[in-house]
Structures are given as C-alpha cells and as structure tokens.
Design a protein around this ligand. Structure first.
Ligand code: NI
Ligand code: MN
Length: 226
C-alpha cells in the first residue's frame, strides 16, 4: 500500500484505489511548509479525535475534495454545525464496511476537546481490513492492554503510532504496543513537531531494532510502499 506522510500525525493511505487521509494538520505545522495542502488527494478523511493538531485543515480539504469525513458522533455534529454534511459518524468498538474495506474503531486513552471548547466525544483508533493488507492507526493514545484485542479482528501488516511521548506513547511504549498487536513494522508519527515531543530519531529506530521491530520514519512529503 502507498503511505504518504504530511507531517505530525497527518498521512494518507491508498486503499483499494481510494485515497484515505488521516488527521489533517498541515498549515499549522511549520515543518510541513513545503506541502501543498491544496494538492493532497482525499476520498475519505478519518479523524481520530478533536484536537487542533488533528483537525485543523479538515474543513479546507473536505470542502475542496468533497471527501467523506469519518469521525466520532460529537465531531460529526460539530462539523455539521459548520455546514460539513458529508460525514459518517462512528463510535468506539463499532465497525463499518466501506467500499475500500472494513474499519473497526478502537479505544484510545487520550482526550478529544474541540478547538472552540466544544465537547469532542472520545478519541479513537482505527483498524483497517482491506483486500490486500490490514493496518492499525492508534490515534493519540497511551499504551493500553486493550491493544491486545486488535489482532483478534485483524493482524496488522503495519501500524501507525505516536512516538513523541509527553502527550502520547513514547518510543518504549510504542514498541510494547507493537508486540501487543503482533506487528513488527511501525510508522512513527506525532514527534518533533513542537518542543514537548522532540525525540532522538536514531535512538528510537535503534530501540525498535533491538526489540526485533522496525520503525519507519518517512520524511514529510515522502511516499513509501508498505
Ligand atoms: Ni491529541
Ligand atoms: Mn495530538
């Protein structure tokens, strides 16, 4: 599958010919200044939670592309009040068969308040089971024992997880999460964007390889095959 990284926790995955974008936050990220936000393809936009560093550019990209936004119930209502009607509300633990595959939402241990102070419901992660491959995006979360349930739905071929620590899992917890979900290929996100989440990437990759895991850190703007 083609994975494109747009910085922070924003990335796109091509699923069965559909462009699925996650947690759009580009114009607020100085590290992503070379990304042309108005050229990012999207048939779907998945939002893990309501924090500004995950939804800042959602309205702009959804308006341009007409992408369907998949998010929790409260964010769906909030977007509806802004006039964004092409949404699909879900909530934790539910699954839905989309045209590109089935997505099951998972618990994330985090918070989800919206930028204007509105209640943003509960944060979520997503397990994608498509024809070719399965993958897991944890969203912003702590390490939880619940992650051990993920392979009972689908064993991920790769997983996208935060590694920046302070607000989410750090490197050591993400490596343990990889073991919980039976997945050795992890794409790290949510690091180095701002001061609280600055990490030593060489040390992080070394930690993963010493634990029999692979930590992929594609550059901002890069597309890789996973
Ligand atoms: Ni967050
Ligand atoms: Mn975040």
């Amino acid at each position: 599958m083609k994975f494109s990284y747009y910085g922070h926790a924003c990335f796109g995955v091509e699923c069965e010919g559909k462009q699925v974008l996650f947690d759009p936050f580009i114009s607020g990220n100085p590290l992503a200044k070379d990304i042309d936000i108005d050229a990012i393809p999207a048939d779907y936009i998945f939002l893990s939670h309501g924090h500004v560093d995950h939804i800042y550019d959602c309205e702009r990209i959804a308006t341009r592309t007409g992408a369907k936004i998949v998010c929790n119930w409260e964010i769906h209502e909030w977007l509806g009040r802004k006039g964004l009607a092409n949404t699909h509300p879900m909530n934790t633990g539910g699954k839905w068969a989309f045209e590109f595959g089935t997505v099951k939402t998972t618990a994330a241990q985090h918070s989800s308040g919206l930028p204007d102070g509105s209640y943003g419901g509960n944060p979520m992660g997503f397990i994608f089971k498509t024809g070719k491959r399965s993958f897991y995006y944890s969203g912003d979360t702590a390490l939880t024992l619940d992650m051990q349930l993920i392979p009972s739905f689908a064993v991920p071929d790769f997983a996208i997880m935060p590694i920046g620590d302070n607000f989410t899992m750090g490197v050591e917890d993400a490596a343990r999460a990889a073991q919980y979900i039976n997945c050795r290929t992890i794409i790290g996100v949510h690091y180095n964007t701002f001061g609280f989440i600055t990490i030593d990437t060489a040390q992080a990759q070394d930690y993963f390889s010493r634990h029999g895991l692979e930590l992929l850190l594609p550059g901002i703007g890069a597309t890789i095959e996973v």
